[in-house]
Design a protein around this ligand. Structure first.
Ligand code: MN
Ligand code: MN
Length: 466
């Protein structure tokens, strides 16, 4: 194979701690040099980056691609359309959940998800294994996870009767994770209490989308977050990652645990940083429009949004992910027209994440460019065992985004690149977007042009001990 050498000149490199003017030399998919006035006789391509920020490719550690919803359908984006959309938004590494189904072994689960991804993946990818049907054999299999390249286990405290596990399972899995060096990721909402509230609402004829939010009140997230933290301590201090923190009270539980020195980390997701639960009321005369915003935990209040931005600023939140869980409005969300409990939970954001966080965070001065890089790339890469990702360091994979801070874009489902028929951010005008996106030295996106191909993405073998 011919050597590919690319020189990116005159850009401003932004890292998680600083920024500086530099050239970057990319050889054979890796970063060969970072410095000034670089020159290499083998250079075949020169990229002029004057006026651009040069960022490490985004890392989205929370997505659901080609995932069955228990409603006869799978999420609309597969490992090609989802990855292509991610790349257009500046994300070059995507971790997704591999959900165990009833009776499956964890090895069968992982093999099934590898088969979904292998020929389609357009960016680099990996899996978290989700335990939904725990037994002694599953607990034994946890010992193999790191050799399979999976150092993360996902548990659900919500979705009673489906993916939810009880406290006994949570404790036993956490004990094993502590022993084996695995990170437990937990969806923290009290599924039993939500189930009661949902049944009561439906019995009272309260079936519109807004009741999704009203039957999942924030205290049930705060309570479950605190419970997960205490169970992790009970398991001997098992490392815990709280997924999609949305509520000030849940964040406070995380902050308290961290202040006690416990191994607790957390993310929020991009939609919780600007949208409130009022969206679930829908449009005037069309309450069901609110279904587009049905995700769990639900959208919250302005005060929560402010708390989450503070959490990003203080470093108590370590990633802004998407929880990209793309259910189309026309065929999937519509299943719940008569009953909000039948609306599939989840919404798309895999493409919009970086543009929105830059626009709403960097352009407003709420976070610095370095904090932006840390939150969308560096911290999730390092926390989730991908040392070659998330930083523009010599020897690392050349996953590079040229970010044009002056470009303006109107977000729309029409111009997005996934399989979805709506965007939660339709019509939002953002300033700052990718001009060029590279994965291991290959240009995937150049302006509006797609140059990637299915099957090029590489599985990330994440075997480090947490
Ligand atoms: Mn979740
Ligand atoms: Mn999720």
């Amino acid at each position: 194979m011919a050597t590919q050498t690319t020189l990116i000149r005159h850009g401003t490199v932004v890292t998680a701690i600083d920024e500086f003017s530099a050239d970057i030399l990319v050889k054979d998919g890796r970063i060969a040099q970072v410095g000034t006035n670089l020159d290499d006789p083998d250079t075949n391509t020169v990229v002029e980056a004057r006026g651009m920020y040069v960022l490490p490719g985004g890392v989205d550690i929370h997505t659901h691609l080609a995932t069955p919803g228990g409603n006869g359908f799978s999420t609309a984006d597969d490992y090609f359309t989802g990855h292509r959309a991610a790349a257009f938004g500046g994300t070059t590494t995507v971790l997704s959940f591999a959900d165990q189904w009833k009776g499956a072994t964890m090895r069968q689960t992982l093999d099934t998800w590898h088969a979904k991804a292998r020929d389609k993946a357009a960016v680099d990818y990996g899996f978290h294994l989700m335990v939904t049907d725990c037994n002694d054999a599953v607990l034994d299999e946890l010992a193999e996870f790191r050799s399979w390249g999976v150092n993360t286990v996902k548990l659900m405290m919500a979705y009673k009767g489906r993916a939810m596990v009880d406290d006994a399972v949570i404790l036993r899995v956490m004990q094993r994770c502590k022993e084996l060096g695995l990170l437990t990721m937990v969806h923290c909402e009290n599924g039993d209490a939500i189930d009661v509230l949902q049944r009561q609402a439906v019995a009272n004829g309260q079936t519109a989308p807004i009741f999704h939010a009203l039957t999942r009140p924030p205290q049930l997230e705060a309570e479950a977050t605190e419970r997960a933290i205490q169970l992790a301590q009970t398991a001997g201090g098992a490392p815990l990652f709280v997924v999609h923190c949305t509520h000030s009270g849940a964040l406070e539980a995380v902050v308290r645990a961290r202040a006690r020195g416990e191994s607790v980390t957390a993310e929020t997701c991009i939609h919780y940083l600007s949208l409130t639960k009022d969206r679930l009321r829908g449009a005037p005369g069309d309450a069901f429009e609110g279904a587009k915003y049905v995700c769990s935990p639900p959208l919250r209040e302005e005060a929560d949004i402010a708390a989450l931005w503070r959490g990003l600023h203080t470093g108590d939140l370590h990633s802004v992910s998407t929880d990209h869980c793309p259910w189309r409005f026309d065929i999937h969300k519509s299943l719940g027209r008569q009953d909000f409990t039948k609306i599939p939970n989840g919404a798309p954001a895999i493409e919009e994440r970086l543009m929105l966080l830059w626009n709403d965070g960097v352009n407003t001065g709420r976070i610095t460019r370095s904090q932006f890089v840390a939150l969308v790339s560096t911290e999730p890469a390092k926390l989730f065992g991908m040392p070659n990702k998330g930083s523009l360091t010599v020897g690392n994979d050349a996953d590079i985004v040229l970010w044009d801070p002056a470009a303006t874009h109107t977000i729309s489902a029409e111009t997005n690149h996934g399989a979805m028929d709506y965007s939660m951010f339709e019509g939002r005008i953002v300033t700052g977007m990718p001009a060029l996106v590279m994965s291991r030295g290959e240009v995937l996106v150049k302006g509006a042009e797609w140059l990637g191909k299915p099957g090029r993405g590489v599985f990330q073998h994440r075997n480090s001990k947490v």
